[in-house]
Design a protein around this ligand. Sequence first.
Ligand code: NAP
Length: 278
Amino acid sequence: MPQDRYAVFGHPINHSKSPRIHALFAQQTGQAIHYTSQDVPAENFREELKRFAAEGGRGLSCTVPLKELAWGIADRKSVRADRAKAVNTLVLGKDGRLFGDNTDGAGLLRDLTVNLGLTVTGLNILLLGAGGASRGILEPLLAMKPRRLIIANRTVAKAEKLAIEFADLGSIEALPFKALASESFDLILNATAASLSGDLPPLPEGILAAGGACYDLAYGNQPTAFVRWGGSMGAKLSVDGIGMLVEQAAEAFFIWRGMRPQTRPVIELLNAERSQAK
Ligand code: NAP
């Protein structure tokens, strides 16, 4: 049977789990797709996208550092992608036009609320980082009506810009890391890229409320520095972003193929493979 082609572009891309996840979705739903990964730095994005489309590619996942670029390139975009000014899912139309969507926020919220059983409404939330991932998750997070959402980022001006951009959606404020010492949060989300280099954002002790939870959007075969920090602070739950990765991929699969795969067996399988790799 001929297979429709999909791929994830990004840089670096070597440890991407997306090809494995989409292969599992295809197997589960009986869809004939072939999904690969390709190392594409920002300066090669347009050229590689053109080549992939010319070779019959049907859809693309875009990851660091391509999401904002993909938003700029797409001919049509979903409302949520436009709000985020970032695209992680592209549909390559037969007429050569590109449709861009952003499934990161839906993926995170589904992992938090459905898989992990957290209630976001009424919580004091700290969001670390003000890059593409934060842009994608702010709208659905604020839609859940947290009591207060603080963004802290190494470059404070970027957090301030985001707080202004999303202020119409709820209670959102930017603070520098050093101003966090007097605060207390029920949920801390790490959307910085610090974990990718084994680093931890500069977090004061005592900012996690009793019974609070920590969630790192980054993931790896080992617990990230932030997941370990959450554990050492007594978090009731301190997990990485593998569930979000699977959920955002399922949402992309739905956009491309019109059917929604079951995510729980895929998350369980990836977790089992990770514990074997340790
Ligand atoms: P990005 O656009 O490059 O933004 C990176 C952010 O991290 C910026 O806010 C940056 O601060 C901050 N940062 C980088 N190194 C840092 C350090 N050593 N200490 C403190 N802050 C640091 O990247 P992104 O697309 O937002 O991705 C962020 C993370 O989310 C990555 O780990 C990515 O893998 C993860 N992610 C996971 C999923 C998933 O499905 N699980 C989806 C999307 C993203 P400055 O502004 O000061 O540079």
